[in-house]
Write a protein that binds this ligand. Structure first.
Ligand SMILES: C[S@@+](CC[C@H](N)C(=O)[O-])C[C@H]1O[C@@H](n2cnc3c(N)ncnc32)[C@H](O)[C@@H]1O
Length: 294
């Protein structure tokens, strides 16, 4: 292996042997994002640059491309290469009742208000392989609200949506899911909501029937329904300020009067142009309520 090479990425080409980030890399990142947009219509141009660079480097290593320009050439001509790069760019990490305190806050502070609506629409934006949507469906079932609830669960990754629609998860993940469910204030046992078979579990039909999984991009699409709750966690961290603003604007537009926005502890609307649209409900879990317009 050449000096400065690490499984294909030439760190010297990028002047990073000494920890610098160089101008050529920045230009190549812009070009590859433009190429992806023009060729495949996925818009990553307003994603946070540091995380983008890290993820593109992972793709360069996999395809043994010393430069991003070479990776760009490959993905333009080979959709299979693009699909793999897309997997790197859209971080597919999730779990059921992830950050249980968030679900506890929903249960204690949001559900009592949701209970007053005759019918409910919830939107899980950036649902990945479905764990967050199933968790919400379970919570609503435990609170006796599932029958009047429809959950829209959206993402840009078709692969993740297919997995979400199947509702199949590995058995070895279940102890973690079960502990999260317990910590979230779950009523009864998580096992009431799935059937186990060999090395996987299958989520209950009664949950699936209340969830619509669908392709939707916070970068390029608009609002599609009026909802009482938007849950969008671990998604905005990958966006730059402009795209965070666009997304929060969409949530604000989608929410009914006094509807709720849950972002989770890692994200905030504090610096957003839409911050004044909301008041805080659960400051640590970053759950907000839409103020009356005007
Ligand atoms: C880390 S996962 C979060 C999953 C889940 N919300 C959670 O907290 O466990 C981030 C998800 O955001 C999705 N995503 C990335 N960019 C998006 C966009 N522009 N519009 C909608 N979803 C996007 C990714 O495909 C991925 O499934």
């Amino acid at each position: 292996m050449n000096k400065g090479m690490n499984k294909g990425v030439n760190h010297e080409v990028y002047g990073e042997a000494h920890g610098e980030v160089n101008a050529e890399l920045d230009i190549e990142v812009k070009l590859i994002l433009e190429a992806i947009y023009l060729r495949y219509h996925y818009d990553f141009r307003d994603y946070a640059p540091t995380s983008l660079r890290r993820r593109l480097k992972a793709s360069m290593q996999r395809f043994e491309c010393p430069t991003l320009s070479m990776l760009q050439g490959q993905l333009l001509r080979e959709p299979e290469v693009f699909r793999s790069v897309l997997r790197d760019l859209t971080v597919q990490v999730s779990e059921m009742f992830r950050d249980p305190e968030y679900f506890r806050a929903l249960r204690e502070q949001v559900v009592p208000v949701l209970r007053t609506y005759p019918s409910l629409k919830l939107w899980v934006a950036g649902c990945s392989s479905g764990e967050e949507a199933y968790s919400l469906a379970i919570l609503m079932k435990e609170e006796g609200l599932l029958e009047r609830t429809l959950i829209y669960a959206t993402d840009i990754s078709q692969e993740a949506l297919t997995q979400a629609q199947a509702g199949v998860y590995r058995t070895d993940l279940v102890p973690g899911f079960t502990e999260n469910h317990r910590l979230s204030g779950g009523k009864g046992s998580l096992s009431e909501h799935y059937t186990a078979a060999y090395d996987h579990i299958l989520m209950d039909k009664s949950l699936k029937e209340r969830i619509v999984f669908s392709d939707h991009s916070l970068s390029t699409d608009s609002v599609f329904a009026e909802v009482q709750l938007v849950s969008c966690r671990n998604v905005l961290i990958y966006f730059n300020r402009a795209l965070q603003d666009r997304s929060i604007g969409l949530f604000s537009e989608a929410l009914c009067r006094h509807g709720f926005l849950g972002l989770g502890a890692r994200e905030t609307i504090r610096f957003s142009a839409h911050a004044d649209d909301f008041s805080e409900v659960a400051p640590h879990e970053r759950i907000y309520q839409r103020r009356s317009p005007g």
